[in-house]
Design a binder for this molecule. Structure first.
Ligand code: SF4
Length: 375
């Protein structure tokens, strides 16, 4: 990032304005109305970015998955917006900052299911074209030569998370509809020679499975050319624990949260397993990244220090003068810069805040890729 913070802000703002005008000219009034009403037009991104739904439901039937508790069906269908509508909805979303907001495909469904694959690729291509969002997709599907060819026409530095929990027959009972996990890992070798970065995404870590099989998983990944790893602890609801039991996987009660909930997903106590895996993987030469968005940053050779898990990459930080100018561009005259450190911008409110301040401060955080602290 060689541009100054104010230049980056201006550029992002222009990109957003241009995208809205162009997409409006390509959509008919009914399509515009539907896109405006969609939740992608208003949902606030989380740390890992804005999750983009490519479909509704999933046929892989993973036993540990939380989408069943959210009421999603087992028969998938493509998300109802066409790709221009989806790009338009995101362009309208006040929190989505072109070039900076991370885009995450595949959080509530597998994006490359037969039923949703074409739509997913169409979304990825169109959204990148208009908004240049650094994109990431997580998948349990096989990476084929044909898929790679199509993906290289989306975000050229795409981050792909190859999602794995185990490779034994016991592990396969957890993912009854998904392709063979060994083949999934091996298929990442199709990405060799492209700018797309595959990351092994060991999530969820299932006690009694993942911690028994990790050596083979890591060796397979290494042979397939995967160099980066993200680990994720299992989150449970009472339904997930029950479903796991039905396929013979019992989570030791001492690892479970004190009280299970029907809907609320809670982490099990898995940090000891995670630490052990981190250690072994680092010794095997993997770069262990703290989260999915960190893999996205790595793939885009970018940097971020928006949260306590960072720094991811090597963030450079703006001068106080740049932040002052950025506040002026954002019309945040009611804030003054206290200081700027390598990890955060510290601001003080000097006047009444308005409703729109939240969005403007969000932009400052997204574009600077630093945490914001209000003194
Ligand atoms: S600092 Fe790293 S983990 Fe935190 S939001 Fe940024 S990329 Fe994600």
């Amino acid at each position: 990032m060689t541009e100054s913070l104010p230049q980056r802000l201006e550029h992002a703002r222009k990109l957003k304005e241009r995208a809205i005008v162009k997409l409006e000219s390509l959509l008919d009034p009914r399509e515009i109305k539907v896109a405006r009403r969609d939740h992608h037009a208003r949902r606030k991104p989380r740390h890992c970015g804005i999750t983009i739904h490519t479909g509704i439901g999933c046929s892989y039937g993973c036993v540990y998955c939380y989408i069943w508790d959210m009421g999603f069906p087992g028969k998938p269908k493509p998300y109802p917006l066409n790709s221009l509508q989806m790009a338009y909805a995101l362009a309208l979303n006040p929190y989505v900052v072109p070039r900076y907001t991370f885009a995450a495909y595949g959080s509530v469904t597998e994006p490359f299911l037969e039923e949703t694959r074409d739509k997913a690729i169409d979304y990825m291509r169109t959204i990148y074209r208009y908004l240049l969002l650094p994109s990431q997709v997580s998948t349990k599907s096989l990476i084929t030569g044909d898929l790679v060819r199509k993906l290289t026409n989306t975000d050229p530095n795409l981050s792909i998370l190859i999602s794995i929990t185990g490779i034994s027959s016991k592990a396969r009972r957890l993912e009854p509809g998904a392709p063979d996990p060994i083949m999934r890992i091996r298929s990442a070798s199709y990405l060799k020679g492209t700018n797309i970065t595959p990351t092994l995404f060991i999530r969820p870590i299932i006690p009694g499975i993942t911690d028994k099989e990790y050596e083979n998983i890591l060796d397979l990944a290494s042979n397939a050319g995967i160099r980066t790893l993200v680990l994720g602890t299992l989150r449970v609801t009472s339904g997930i624990v029950k479903r796991l039991k039905l396929v013979g996987v019992e989570i030791p009660p001492k690892l479970l949260p004190r009280r299970l909930d029907n809907k609320k997903q809670q982490y099990i106590s898995g940090s000891h397993i995670k630490k052990m895996l981190e250690h072994i993987a680092s010794n095997k030469g993997f770069l262990v990244l703290p989260s999915a968005c960190s893999a996205n940053v790595y793939s885009h050779r970018s940097a971020c220090y928006k949260c306590r898990l960072g720094p991811c990459g090597r963030p450079s930080y703006p001068s106080i003068v740049e932040v002052k100018e950025a506040l002026s561009i954002l019309e945040l005259d009611n804030y003054r810069v206290v200081d700027v450190s390598p990890s955060a911008i510290r601001l003080q409110r000097t006047g009444k805040s308005t409703k729109r301040d939240e969005v403007k401060l969000f932009w400052l955080r997204e574009v600077s890729r630093l945490d914001l602290i209000l003194a």
